[in-house]
Design a protein around this ligand. Structure first.
Ligand code: ZN
Length: 170
């Protein structure tokens, strides 16, 4: 008797997936597939890899893609965008995070980062600080290294982070 119930539950999940898949076309750059806790890490990494092709890097030619996953299960991608004075350049992680924030997301689970060079690019110090503004020390950072994905916690990459607490704001 349990089996039909299981089929129903699975059928319902498939229906949700297919509904969410349509949303993808309504909102370019976002994907709403499954519960983030059951999603394969490859899906997030692949989103970051695909974002690499959107990079605008005429000066460094170092193309980076990032994909951030919200607690609600949405994925937002970003790529680095260079400006000729370098200072105004945006990093892939910042672009992905900004797009998610602009859509009203405030809680995040993981970010994947990939570079065309496949050299396992961990977020730079500036991006680590930016991520720590919106994510806790357990936030997962996955980088696309030559020997396969490497996983870190944000608290590992940015220990003793400066925060609002330093300014008396919790
Ligand atoms: Zn950065």
């Amino acid at each position: 008797m349990l089996r039909p119930l299981l089929v129903d539950v699975v059928g319902q999940k498939i229906a949700i997936r297919s509904h969410n898949h349509q949303l993808q076309h309504d909102r370019p750059g976002t994907i709403f597939p499954t519960d983030p806790h059951t999603r394969d890490m490859d899906e997030l990494l692949n989103a970051a890899r695909e974002a690499v092709s959107k990079a605008y890097v005429p000066y460094s030619e170092y193309a980076v893609g990032a994909a951030i996953e919200t607690t609600a299960g949405a994925i937002y991608t970003g790529a680095n965008l260079e400006v000729s004075n370098y200072s105004n350049s945006l990093h892939a992680e910042e672009v992905a995070l900004s797009r998610a924030l602009m859509d009203g997301h405030e809680e995040f689970e993981r970010i994947a980062v990939s570079a065309e060079a496949a050299d396992g690019p961990t977020p730079c110090g500036m991006c680590r600080q930016t991520l720590s503004e919106f994510a806790g020390p357990d936030f997962v950072v996955v980088v696309d290294a030559q020997d396969g994905p490497e996983t870190y916690r944000l608290g590992e990459l940015l220990p003793h982070a400066f925060s609002g607490a330093n300014l008396g704001v919790e």
